[in-house]
Ligand binder design. Structure first.
Ligand code: SF4
Length: 220
């Protein structure tokens, strides 16, 4: 089962992915409560010992997340239950299967097959891009001879540094220096074919798009 929008996770990787989702997106009280109910049903516990209804406060929501992550870890050996849990957490389809080397695990769809960038500029204009670039980014720009891009990397592009820093000042830019608004109002990335991995990987999934306000997934 090799499709570009499918990611294979072993049970251990799946548990780690659920934990990362909790760390990345913070309180998702309804989702975590729903996950706990799902896992309790699957485990035949009929909901016994579940926490109270979805809480409003951040601390309680994180408590739910911790409990749900622990439950996912406990059920990870049951691949069908694990797939159901991942489908709920990542708002996508997931099914048990066998990995490239024959190992058991779960295939999770990113949903990216239905993504079309609307060129609205929301990601470039409002989401944070101040992160270190990677060695791969530097290699791409060096190979292309793009010293003009390297000049906007913190430290002058000699090693992975912050995106983007105004050359000669050490000051972070307020806006991405590579975005351009066309006369029709849509936005163009002027280094699209060479843009950093951070931008290439956005959005990573249907859920990522929803939570960051990207409209590229349409309504499906
Ligand atoms: S927010 Fe989404 S649709 Fe809009 S420009 Fe960015 S990737 Fe494209």
């Amino acid at each position: 089962m090799e499709e570009p929008d499918l990611i294979f996770l072993t049970p251990a990787e799946a548990v780690e992915a659920v934990r990362m989702d909790a760390d990345l997106y913070g309180p998702q009280d309804r989702m975590w409560a729903g996950l706990r109910r799902l896992l309790a049903r699957r485990a035949g516990r009929n909901g016994e010992g579940l926490p109270p209804p979805p809480p409003a406060s951040r601390d309680l929501a994180l408590g739910l997340a911790d409990a749900a992550c622990a439950d996912v870890a406990a059920c990870a050996a049951d691949l069908d239950t694990l797939a159901a849990a991942l489908g709920l957490v990542f708002e996508t389809r997931a099914e048990s299967g066998t990995g490239p080397d024959g190992e058991p695990g779960v295939y999770v769809s990113t949903g990216m097959e239905s993504f079309t960038c609307q060129r609205c500029g929301h990601c470039c204009l409002t989401l944070s891009f101040h992160a270190d670039c990677t060695e791969e980014d530097l290699d791409r720009w060096r190979l292309a001879g793009r010293d003009d891009i390297l000049a906007w990397v913190g430290g002058g592009g000699k090693e992975p540094g912050m995106l983007w820093v105004r050359p000669g000042t050490g000051l972070l830019t307020e806006q991405c220096p590579w975005i351009f608004q066309e006369p029709d109002g849509l936005y163009t990335c002027t280094i699209h074919d060479l843009k950093p991995g951070l931008c290439r990987d956005f959005p990573g999934s249907r859920k990522h798009a929803r939570l960051t306000g990207c409209p590229g997934m349409g309504r499906s």
